[in-house]
Write a protein that binds this ligand. Structure first.
Ligand SMILES: Cc1ncc(COP(=O)(O)O)c(C=O)c1O
Length: 454
């Protein structure tokens, strides 16, 4: 059997971990008695203040939001996007009053159990993705139909009083930029339509913005040194300014950020960005009041890494060149070995709007980025993608994710739409393997498909 190749795993390669920079951050903290005292005590509810300040400044520089400087009062430190999704749900939802969780499909399937653990089993619903992001008309009709059901409670039953200042009626969950799993980036106009819809129906849009800073030009001819791929403003930025901004202090969008993909998952540090009122309320979770900010010592190391600029250099000098090289290698291999067999790349329209965020590197060129791409398998393939994945493991020691895995848990409609729809897709990740193994993986897939088609 050949060596195992895992194009499913959405993890960063350990050889890219910035261990030296983490060590430098740790030394700066642990060699200073004053900083050590802050690092090893219970953290402030919203997180270590220098980290909040540094994240705010770095986000302002990275996104240049039209709403202006991002201040530290918009930032709450978290122990990663996954845990923080659960925290947001505990503070701002109540099963029964919060009617549905709307998830873009194909979905980031590992988010489903986080919703289920928060009491939303049976309330998860898929919303199809189209070429520009999410099907707004589908979502509007689905929300209207839920709202038309009789006997919705007029208010939350259990989460009331001053601890729960805001409970939303609906949650919309999305990965709008370089999506996991589809690789798509939602257009600006869809983001705006989504924010307007959220305001109309008292929805909170939770976005996992965990891949945005890993971006590069889609066209390999554009040099990295002078261009970053353009992306639209985050939904939280759109909510901040659209039509004069939110009409209530909580806003309708929260951004879940993470250092997992740009430092390492084990650092277990992330952040939330939302309105100051939302952030304050989130930081007052019961467990946080008792135990302090959910990440503390690691957060102090990260604060140093940003403060010295070493994290930013790691992203621009190591991660972006490595991932963009792997991305272009994967696409060359797809073009050479898979497209002739009938595979199609299905990552949506190239994003070319001029209002895109370009991070000071101009001009705006269509961007690629993140970790994943999604391919539609040949129409004449006599097996479904689940079977294809099983055969790839069995015969070629090759693993990849397949469409039916991305259905929204417990939603019959989502399962049905997977058949003949996104279920005909497979997700490939370029973050884990070096370029030669990526090519080898694609070649193995091509060999398998040729055998099956014979
Ligand atoms: C969309 C999305 N959200 C969240 C995560 C996990 O984030 P964290 O490690 O910060 O919990 C991932 C990792 O694969 C992801 O792809």
């Amino acid at each position: 059997m050949p060596e195992f190749i895992n194009l499913q795993l959405g993890w960063p390669t350990p050889s890219l971990f910035p261990s030296e920079q983490v060590l430098d951050g740790a030394s700066r903290i642990l060699q200073s008695p004053k900083k050590t005292a802050s690092a090893l005590i219970y953290g402030p509810d919203a997180g270590y203040v220098p980290l909040r300040e540094n994240i705010a400044a770095w986000l302002t520089e990275s996104y240049k939001p039209s709403g202006g400087t991002i201040n530290a009062d918009r930032i709450c430190v978290s122990n990663g996007a996954s845990a923080n999704l659960g925290n947001i749900l505990s503070k701002f939802t109540e099963p029964g009053y919060t009617r549905r969780i709307w998830m873009i499909e194909p979905s980031y399937f590992l988010a489903c159990p986080i919703f289920t653990d928060s009491g939303f089993a049976g309330c998860l619903r898929g919303v199809p993705e189209d070429e520009e992001g999410l099907d707004i008309e589908f979502l509007r009709a689905a929300i209207e139909s839920v709202e038309a059901e009789p006997d919705h409670p007029t208010g939350p039953k259990f989460k009331t009083g001053s601890r729960y200042k805001k409970i939303y009626k609906h949650i919309i969950y999305a990965v709008p930029t370089f999506s996991n799993p589809s690789g798509k980036t939602m257009s600006l106009r869809r983001r705006e339509d989504l924010v307007r819809l959220a305001r109309e129906f008292d929805c909170l849009i939770i976005t996992d913005d965990v891949y945005d800073v890993l971006r590069w030009p889609k066209d390999p001819k554009n040099p990295l040194s002078s261009h970053l791929g353009a992306i639209p403003p985050r939904i939280v930025d759109v909510d901040r300014t659209l039509d004069g901004g939110p009409s209530q202090p909580w806003g309708n969008a929260v951004s879940n950020g993470s250092f997992s993909k740009i430092i390492a998952p084990g650092i277990r540090t992330g952040w939330t960005e939302a309105t100051p009122a939302f952030v304050l309320s989130l930081s007052e979770l019961g467990a946080t009041r008792s135990g302090g900010c959910p990440t503390q010592i690691a957060g102090t190391f990260v604060a140093e890494m940003i403060g010295t600029g070493r994290l930013q250099s790691h992203i621009s000098d190591v991660l972006i060149p490595t991932y963009s090289a792997r991305y272009h290698t994967m696409f060359r291999a797809i073009d050479e070995y898979l497209v002739p067999l009938g595979f199609k790349v299905s990552t949506g329209k190239p994003y070319e709007e001029t209002t895109a965020v370009v991070n000071g590197h101009g001009p705006a060129v269509p961007g690629a980025g993140g970790y994943f791409t999604y391919l539609t398998v040949p129409a004449d393939l006599p097996v479904d993608t689940g079977k294809l994945a099983a055969l790839a493991m069995e015969k070629y020691n090759l693993k990849f994710a397949f469409g039916a895995m991305m259905a929204v848990e417990g939603d019959e409609g989502s399962l049905q739409r997977s058949v003949g729809g996104y279920g005909n897709g497979i997700r490939l990740c370029w973050a884990w393997h070096p370029e030669d193994e990526i090519i080898e993986g694609i070649q193995r897939l091509a060999s398998l498909v040729k055998e099956i088609k014979q």
